[in-house]
Design a protein around this ligand. Structure first.
Ligand code: CTP
Length: 400
């Protein structure tokens, strides 16, 4: 369930921090990638060396490294995570989280996290029972965080009562069960096309476009995180797929992308066509580099590329879902609806390169999803991973 998941393990300063080492091991054994973020007080209880050896990553504690000046980005970390688990969570950190007191990396990361957050409190029974702690925990619940209630038993103070951090096995179980519920694409095969295509002019030049592949890769990651087997047919990009359940087929030209897609689509439950496919290819690419010294400016004749989405739309079986994108500078709605019908798509995702923060090369996007019935929904500007979530949620509604 946790295979390939990115987990931030937040550790605060409490005796129960020793159990976090075991929790970290359980997460790693379950196949998760874990980044430990520890409060300064946490390091008094457990050493970063132990934690980094087990996680295979340097432990993060400070905002920056004093001798190099390099920053730890809590925003990047917050986006990287599929889940944040704070265990043990002390009364002080719970209070800071509830009230936005961002004076350490753990709390700033929490405030930036877009993923579900699990909080496993550990403290003395009176601290736990205090109205201040209870009010702060209630606030965290209202923020949508998952509180893993502490157990009753003997505490570090030798008093007996409620305040013992839940056992690591049980914390693992809570997180696993959460993800099990989120595995709505388990057993499904989804194909995603992403990135630009390059159409060869000669051995060193091509016709391309500004697509970075970020939207398509975010969709592939999100599908895989939700349990799908993913085939990502990617044009030339500088990013990599991270999830181990994503099978990447790298292609260069529209024709190659078409051939790969035609091959893969029959075994798919859904295809999401995110690639910015060149509409034209060079009719006869030169086998030698075109030289400047020729008197005449070369004329490059183009030929039409296959329309991959339309070809899949024509062969689509009942129950197969086909999703397209439309990047439009003008008449967005009308153009998108025309493409939706012409390509026999189930829905289309309209976005615009003119809008700040949307379209090519950005980390964010603002989209409108248009259905076959003509109904549409506009979404706000958000990170491409969250846009991917919205698109997949709509796809799930249509999936038989
Ligand atoms: N598409 C495709 N193959 C093509 C062209 C587009 O699969 N040769 C897909 C894109 O991945 C996208 C959708 O079709 O999901 C719309 O792409 P777009 O480039 O906007 O549409 P075109 O049909 O090329 O129309 P135009 O360039 O005139 O806007």
């Amino acid at each position: 369930m946790l295979k390939g998941k990115h987990i931030i393990l937040g550790i605060c300063g409490g005796i129960a921090a020793y159990k976090s080492v075991y929790l970290l091991r359980l997460f790693i054994k379950a196949g998760a990638e874990v980044q430990v973020v520890i409060t300064p007080a946490g390091k008094e209880f457990i050493t970063p060396v132990t934690l980094s050896s087990l996680s295979g990553k340097p432990v993060i504690s400070e905002f920056f490294t004093a001798n190099t000046g390099s920053w730890n980005s809590h925003v990047d970390l917050g986006l990287w995570a599929d889940a944040m688990v704070i265990a043990p969570a002390t009364a002080s950190t719970i209070g800071k989280m509830a009230n936005g007191i961002a004076d350490n990396m753990l709390v700033t990361t929490y405030l930036s996290a877009k993923a579900p957050v699990f909080v496993a409190p550990a403290m003395d029974l009176d601290m736990f029972a205090h109205p201040s702690t209870q009010r702060n925990l209630q606030l965290l619940r209202e923020y949508g965080n998952h509180i893993i209630e502490p157990a009753s038993g003997e505490l570090a103070s030798h008093l007996v009562g409620k305040g013992r951090m839940e056992e690591p096995e049980n914390i693992l179980k809570v997180v696993e069960e959460f993800f099990a519920k989120g595995q709505d694409l388990a057993g499904r095969h989804v194909m995603v096309t992403a990135g630009p295509t390059h159409e060869k002019i000669d051995p060193v030049r091509f016709i391309g476009n500004y697509s970075s592949g970020k939207m398509g890769y975010a969709i592939a990651e999100e599908c895989a995180a939700r349990g799908a087997k993913v085939t990502l047919i990617s044009g030339p990009v500088s990013i990599r797929a991270k999830h181990t359940d994503i099978n990447v087929i790298s292609v260069e030209s529209a024709q190659e992308m078409h051939d790969a897609a035609m091959n893969v689509f029959p075994s798919c439950d859904a295809a999401i066509m995110c690639a910015a496919v060149a509409d034209y290819a060079v009719e006869t690419p030169s086998t030698h580099k075109i030289k400047r010294e020729h008197d005449e400016v070369p004329v490059i004749r183009l030929k039409k590329n296959p329309d991959i989405a339309a070809a899949l739309g024509a062969m689509k079986r009942d129950g197969q879902i086909l999703v397209g994108f439309a990047l439009e500078t003008d008449n967005g709605m009308a153009n998108a609806i025309e493409k939706l019908n012409r390509k026999n798509l189930d829905f289309i995702v309209l976005n615009s390169p003119n809008e700040p923060g949307a379209g090519f090369m950005t980390d964010t996007n603002r989209v409108t999803i248009i259905n076959r019935s003509g109904s549409s929904r506009e979404y706000g500007l958000k990170d491409k991973r969250l846009v991917a979530r919205d698109i997949i949620d709509v796809m799930m509604e249509k999936m038989p």
